[in-house]
Design a protein around this ligand. Structure first.
Ligand SMILES: C[S@@+](CC[C@H](N)C(=O)[O-])C[C@H]1O[C@@H](n2cnc3c(N)ncnc32)[C@H](O)[C@@H]1O
Length: 330
């Protein structure tokens, strides 16, 4: 993230840097936990779509602190070993107590790798803050987001213990009731929650699915992940007992900072704003090549109107960028 005045104005972005979280998203999970006590009794957790890792940080800090306390108290029967598995397409800097897998959660091979880590010992909690690169075409974005959520749900059915919880980002689009109804097949309680730190201006919310109870005889199956549930275009208009209404809850301390407001830099009792670099800059981000080209003014040239951006990239990639990337790697 750049050092723009907009970043400085975002109160949760600033707080994240002050408190050492890798991203402002940490507050979303913390606020969801305040409302739903998500971490109660949790020793094993999966963080899907985890990079740069602020949710994994929250899990690591919360679960490992609990583990240390239990060990100190020497509870009878001993404490459960904390296990956190984090997965993302992108590489992530290491975190204490977190096993990392770099992979695509929609691929069977990644799902199988996650499942292997939990063999015989199911997870208590699965969280997924996955978001595709948004295109700006709302229907497409909502569809891709829904597919990511279904991939996460599919992995969840393989690793979650009965009674466990699943939390995932959702875009509240017009056909969102289909997703809710699919989730209701597997969880007795499904709530749509909007933490205070999630911008009101965003259609993002989180489904908090509790008490995992798959239908009798359900066998998780990676080759047939789609859930069979009748759905038609009139689904949203159903009346009476068939109508599905998922509770919506604004959560976190509602008098806490409003993520859509601009706050002055000098806060009560706090020092003057000082720039703090990001806690964890991205590791070789996928856009690194483009930003290097842009810095050298090679990404788009007005006078090269007859060449496509791809041609320009192709020409410059071999010599200039690779040399520069090598330098930056060192
Ligand atoms: C909003 S970020 C997650 C932020 C993270 N929860 C945190 O607190 O730092 C969304 C992440 O989803 C990941 N992602 C998107 N599609 C994915 C996929 N198919 N498989 C794995 N990760 C994916 C992206 O790489 C990105 O890092």
């Amino acid at each position: 993230m750049g050092r723009s005045s907009k970043d400085k104005r975002d109160i949760y972005y600033r707080l994240a840097k002050e408190e050492g979280w890798r991203a402002r998203s940490a507050f979303k999970l913390l606020q969801l936990d305040e409302e739903f006590s998500l971490f109660k009794g949790v020793s094993r957790a999966v963080d899907l779509c985890a990079a740069p890792g602020s949710w994994s940080q929250v899990l690591s800090r919360k679960l490992r602190v609990k583990e240390e306390k239990k060990e100190e108290q020497k509870e009878e029967g001993g404490s459960e070993e904390v296990k956190i598995v984090a997965v993302d397409l992108q590489a992530m800097a290491p975190l204490p107590g977190v096993t990392q897998i770099q992979g695509d959660i929609t691929k069977v091979s990644t799902a199988q790798e996650i499942i292997r880590h939990f063999e015989g010992r199911p997870a208590d909690l699965v969280v997924c803050d996955g978001a595709p690169d948004v295109t700006g075409l709302h229907d497409v974005d909502e569809y891709i987001q829904a597919q990511l959520l279904l991939a996460a749900l599919n992995i969840t059915t393989h690793v979650l213990k009965p009674g466990g919880a699943f939390v995932a980002k959702i875009f509240r689009g017009k056909d969102v009731t289909l997703l809710y109804s699919q989730l209701k097949i597997f969880f007795s309680s499904v709530t749509c929650a909007k933490p205070r730190s999630s911008r009101n201006s965003s259609i993002e919310a989180f489904v908090v699915c509790q008490n995992y109870s798959p239908p009798e005889g359900y066998v998780p199956n990676m080759s047939n992940p789609l859930l069979d549930h009748c759905y038609d275009v009139d689904f949203n208009q159903l009346e009476g007992a068939n109508r599905i209404i998922v509770p919506f809850l604004a959560c976190g301390d509602l008098s806490a900072f409003d993520s859509d407001r601009t706050y002055p830099l000098q806060l009560d009792g706090r020092q003057q704003y000082r720039y703090t670099p990001p806690t964890q800059p991205p590791i070789r981000p996928p856009y690194q090549q483009a930003s290097l080209l842009r810095k050298s003014n090679l990404l788009a040239r007005e006078d090269a109107s007859c060449q496509s951006p791809d041609q320009r990239l192709d020409q410059t990639t071999d010599q200039t960028t690779d040399q520069r990337l090598d330098q930056t790697r060192d």
